[in-house]
Design a binder for this molecule. Structure first.
Ligand code: ZN
Length: 495
């Protein structure tokens, strides 16, 4: 097998020499086609003007980088009418005129880029023996010709963010081919409308329920039918529901807090009273005896003429204690402990904050300190653990990673899903939630009805549903229903 077919080189290229190192293959190739056509007048010429060498990167060979040293020629154009006197030989299927890499090498980079991304592609390419940068990969992808989108009959439009929460663009999708047909730099109605004007075939526009894209479709594609897509309808319903649930959960939480405060208040006193339990008294007595023995030892050693430091070492107590005992003259009894702790008067506040959901110890401690609490951080933590039946558990939970979702949002997900698809524990939670208040239960029924309509595409029941919500006295759902009412045709078209 000759080198030309081994390396799949185009016809007329002769491999003259191959140098192999550990990581690369250098192939010297000479172009041997006897004639070449002038790029200007297309006249073939066989009159060689000179030779020169092109260095090209080519696809790797068995993991080694491949470099082609391609000797090509310059021909003289003999056509007297042509203004080009000298032209370089071209190998159109193999390498572009001024390129420094072969076409097949570029194609590999493009494929890697399309399958991965700039950075990932560069890493993968390096493993495959292709030397490139992420910028090159991205440039190759950007250079790809745009797909001819043809006429778009059903258009999907939505926003996306370049930078989450800050900068938005618009994405346009052909709903028949499910392909992205264009991206717009912002999400303004004007921009989208002028894009739609350039696509007069649009028959239907599926959009969110926001005003911008609705007015864009009115302006840019006035004949097209507008549909509010089901995802956004359901999303809006979920948000309204979340508001309703948040309101009821907050009320429930406040009630529970008050109940806990009422329940715990009498408990604090008995706990203090245990300080004078027989066990404690015995303990206090024996501590006093030990202390008295130390005191007598200190006095005896002092009479022997020992220094205070030596006495402290001998007895095993602090030097300052020795000093104060000697100065006192008689055995200093311990002052009785102050009844209650510094924390007592702050406890109701503390428990209230805890129940409100503030489980950050440092934050709670800071708040108490601002109110004048002089005790320790450990005391705050210790008391909460002791006083709240669920304190230990909550402390443990708050130290572990908890769900980032607000309870009302989690609850709204439960409300929107099909009950037959819920797990047992989710069903239990759902049942408990529905029992919070008759309003919540009613909201669940309405939300499920709506979701069912959406799934079964039974838009004819929409008016009856809207009427039910109207008379439901659920402000959150009523405001959702008012929005649907305004955009009713589009909502129904979407079903
Ligand atoms: Zn010519």
């Amino acid at each position: 097998m000759d080198g030309t077919s081994l390396f799949s080189l185009p016809e007329g290229m002769l491999v003259e020499q191959i140098q192999i190192t550990e990581s690369s293959v250098v192939i010297e190739v000479v172009a041997t086609v006897p004639t070449s056509c002038c790029p200007l007048c297309s006249e073939p010429s066989s009159s060689i003007h000179c030779h020169y060498c092109r260095t090209l990167r080519d696809v790797p060979c068995a993991g080694r980088r491949v470099q082609l040293l391609l000797t090509v020629r310059k021909f003289s154009c003999r056509n007297p009418l042509c203004s080009r006197k000298v032209f370089a030989e071209r190998v159109p299927t193999f390498v572009e005129p001024w390129a420094r890499m072969t076409i097949r090498y570029c194609q590999q980079i493009t494929s890697i880029g399309l399958a991965t991304c700039g950075k990932g592609g560069a890493r993968l390419a390096a493993r495959l023996g292709i030397q490139t940068t992420r910028q090159t990969i991205l440039r190759r992808i950007m250079d790809l010709p745009d797909l001819l989108s043809g006429s778009i009959l059903f258009l999907g439009i939505d926003d996306f963010s370049f930078l989450r929460g800050y900068r938005f663009g618009t994405i346009l999708v052909n709903l028949e081919s499910h392909r992205v047909v264009d991206l717009l730099p912002d999400r303004k109605a004007d921009t989208a409308a002028s894009w739609m004007r350039q696509h007069p075939d649009i028959m239907a526009v599926s959009r969110d329920r926001g005003g911008e894209y609705a007015s864009a479709a009115r302006e840019g594609a006035p004949l097209a039918m507008q549909c509010a897509d089901r995802f956004h309808v359901l999303k809006n319903l979920g948000e309204s529901l979340e508001g309703l649930l948040a309101r009821h959960l907050a009320t429930q939480c406040k009630q529970q807090t008050q109940a806990t405060l009422d329940e715990q208040a009498p408990v604090w006193q008995p706990k203090r009273a245990t300080r004078s339990s027989p066990t404690l008294l015995r303990l206090q007595q024996s501590r006093r005896e030990e202390r008295l023995a130390h005191y007598e030892q200190v006095i005896a050693l002092r009479k022997l003429g020992m220094s205070q430091a030596a006495i402290a070492r001998q007895v095993g107590i602090g030097a300052s204690t020795v000093q104060s005992w000697l100065a006192a003259g008689t055995f200093p009894e311990r002052k009785p402990r102050e009844q209650g702790s510094h924390l007592d008067r702050y406890l109701p506040y503390l428990i209230l904050r805890w129940k409100d959901g503030c489980h950050n110890m440092a934050c709670l401690f800071r708040e108490l300190a601002e109110q004048g609490y002089k005790g320790s951080y450990e005391s705050v933590r210790g008391n909460l653990v002791r006083l709240l039946p669920e304190g230990r558990k909550i402390l443990r939970d708050s130290s572990s990673k908890t769900s980032a979702l607000a309870p009302s949002r989690q609850a709204s997900f439960l409300f929107l899903r099909r009950p037959e698809k819920l797990r047992v524990e989710e069903l239990e939670t759902l049942t408990k939630l529905r029992q919070i208040h008759p309003e919540v239960d009613r909201a669940y029924e309405l939300v499920q009805q709506f979701a069912q309509m959406l799934r079964t595409r039974t838009g004819e029941q929409l008016d009856a549903w809207l009427a039910q919500v109207e008379s439901s006295k659920l402000p959150e759902l009523q405001s959702f229903a008012a929005g649907v009412e305004k955009d009713k045709d589009a909502v129904r078209n979407g079903w």
